[in-house]
Design a binder for this molecule. Sequence first.
Ligand code: ADP
Ligand code: MG
Length: 209
Amino acid sequence: MFVTAIVGQKGGTGKTTTSLCLAVSAARAGQAAVIIDLDPQANAANWKDRRTGENPAVIAAPVSRLKQTLETARTYGAEFVIIDTPGKSDSAAVEAARAAHLVLIPVRPQIFDLETLPGVRDLLRVAGDTPAYVILNGLHPQARKQAEDAKAMIEQTTGFKVCPFHLCHRGSYAEAPTTGSTPQELDPDGKAADEIDRLYKFITQHENM
Ligand SMILES: Nc1ncnc2c1ncn2[C@@H]1O[C@H](COP(=O)(O)OP(=O)(O)O)[C@@H](O)[C@H]1O
Ligand SMILES: [Mg+2]
């Protein structure tokens, strides 16, 4: 069972979007996928209510029950687990990172997001420095240089590694959850599906390490 925690110290950066998309990628690749939703806002759990089908499963749980919830997932044969966390909860971020093999930190290339990264760094240190990558989210689809500049700046100023694959700003990321879906389910050959697929494959490389 491979566990990925999606953390950050700010709302609206794309944590839930990334969680849903990666869990659906895993399910489509034949893995038994589970999202553990630690956010009291329960966006992922509500998304699940709008879908049919079992995979990915979504379990809403308080952070105090994370360990037991992971054990339940393991008992039921989960292979790919994503822990989605609230934007501003130190304990959820630390516990999720502690329980995970890999941590992903979605950020938009904006100062309000980027200036939260040193705080995330401190939390991950408390959690025992789980391997972590920043994922750039919401980039302009044509702005290749924006991605390169943001990547270089983050790596130089925060010490975080930046995932070589980013997610662009696309309407389908915001529209798909309305119907309990994800972009790759709505348009399997679309650009969003392609970038999510690259991200999923990047993660599975870590799974195999
Ligand atoms: N790449 C993207 N393109 C367009 N809209 C996005 C993208 N990523 C996230 N969003 C939208 O931004 C909002 C915040 O994203 P969300 O995943 O809920 O963030 P978080 O879970 O970090 O609070 C949502 O309305 C979501 O649909
Ligand atoms: Mg969220």
